[in-house]
Design a protein around this ligand. Structure first.
Ligand SMILES: Cc1cc2nc3c(=O)[nH]c(=O)nc-3n(C[C@H](O)[C@H](O)[C@H](O)COP(=O)(O)OP(=O)(O)OC[C@H]3O[C@@H](n4cnc5c(N)ncnc54)[C@H](O)[C@@H]3O)c2cc1C
Length: 373
């Protein structure tokens, strides 16, 4: 492992430690923790060195994300949202915007990205938020829902309609007309700061719109979601590793019917399934990251594949680990009970399992049966 990745992992491990269950129970992450992670560049480690980032490859960032996810899916969710924001600025912003925002995000600032609306979930073509030019300014009006990390963010990247196309506008959270209200009692990733965001005629300078606006909506969505899918997929590898660690340790130490649990074949089958899920998911994520790092045009589909494989495996593994630990995982404040709730939500975000399957089926048909995702 490269030194800078080992150092980053060590720091993440030290800052998170064994505190995830406590944060999950209170539903909040400490701001000093998030500021420290951000100021060390660890929430968007792929930001290039020229913008004061760590300049990690996708593969290195993926392994860092998996490690974060193995410790705390709420912190990993913030890492995903913040990293996706930085990636979107890097791709859609002009040089002045990259200079203005990326060093801030790599050195202590916090950002979240807002696509979803009450009437536009899987089908983002229904987005109703509008970004309307008005002289040297734009006016942003709309409502966003379930925005990860918005409760902690200084900057909100808001996707809306702009003329005949789309735009992404960078909205300071404290701008007049912005309201951020936490989602009550989320089922999982409880400390990730999920929030509703209301934008009531928010007036901003026109240069807050990335690249001037007017881009194609599906290009904007694919750009941002490809990073998001990679990050969620690697985060699910982290959940799988936590499940494997906890389930094997318990099955080796607990004895019933005169022998350790892992010597009962039905329990051994579950351990084998979790292990296979972790291995297959790691391979699919590594494949997608290598596609990213080599500039392979098949990247977008490799990211969908990795996200679908890893989130499905993580949800199944968490349910299996719960069964192996039984009463030991049947209450709040345990790694596996948390993984069980967190993993299920990963089948919903960055394209639900059904939306991923539709995209993969299209790919299979286009490839005439012989596909190389
Ligand atoms: C924990 C969490 C974090 C999130 N973070 C963010 C964030 O940071 N930013 C953001 O913008 N959004 C975020 N979201 C919102 C998320 O992107 C949406 O929840 C997701 O896109 C699904 O939309 P929906 O919930 O409205 O479900 P719907 O779109 O209403 O779908 C409901 C069900 O119908 C299925 N379905 C829909 N269309 C089809 C179809 N054509 N064929 C087959 N099945 C279909 C879906 O798969 C799903 O099972 C988050 C959500 C959660 C739960």
């Amino acid at each position: 492992m490269a030194d800078h990745l080992s150092d980053a992992r060590a720091l993440v491990g030290k800052l998170i430690g064994d505190q995830a269950d406590g944060w999950d129970l209170t539903g909040a992450l400490p701001m000093p923790l998030l500021r420290e992670l951000s100021s060390r560049g660890l929430l968007c480690a792929q930001v290039p060195v020229e913008y004061d980032g760590l300049g990690f490859s996708s593969l290195e960032n993926g392994e860092l994300t998996a490690y974060t996810g193995s410790l705390c899916s709420s912190v990993r969710s913030v890492q995903t949202s913040h990293g996706m924001s930085a990636w979107t600025i890097g791709r859609l912003g002009d040089k002045a915007q990259r200079r203005a925002y990326l060093p801030t995000l790599a050195m202590g600032g916090l950002a979240a990205i807002c696509f979803s609306e009450p009437d536009a979930g899987s089908d983002l073509s229904g987005i109703g938020t509008v970004i309307v030019p008005d002289g040297d300014e734009v006016v942003v009006t709309g409502r966003k829902t379930w925005i990860t990390a918005a409760a902690y963010a200084d900057l909100l990247l808001v996707v809306g309609r702009f003329g005949d196309g789309a735009g992404v506008v960078v909205v300071p959270r404290d701008a007049p007309g912005v309201r951020v209200e936490p989602v009550a009692h989320p089922a999982g990733c409880r400390a990730a700061g999920h929030s509703e965001v209301r934008l009531d005629a928010v007036r901003l300078p026109a240069d807050a719109v990335l690249g001037g606006g007017g881009q194609n909506l599906s290009m904007v969505i694919t750009t941002a979601l490809t990073y998001g899918r990679m990050s969620v997929a690697w985060g699910c590898v982290g959940i799988l590793r936590a499940c494997l660690r906890e389930a094997t340790a318990h099955a080796a130490s607990r004895t019933q019917f005169g022998k350790p649990l892992h010597e009962h074949q039905l329990v051994a089958k579950r351990l084998a399934e979790i292990f296979v899920g972790e291995q297959v998911s790691t391979l699919s994520c590594a494949h997608a990251s290598r596609s990213w790092d080599s500039g392979d045009p098949e990247l977008a589909m490799a990211a969908v594949f990795a996200k679908h494989v890893s989130s499905t495996n993580a949800a199944q593994a968490a349910a299996s680990a719960m069964q192996v630990l039984a009463s030991r995982a049947a209450h709040g404040g345990t790694v596996i009970e948390r993984a069980y709730r967190d993993a299920k939500l990963m089948e919903i975000i960055e394209g639900t399992s059904e939306i991923c399957q539709l995209l993969l089926a299209e790919q299979a048909i286009a490839a005439g049966g012989g596909t190389d995702v």
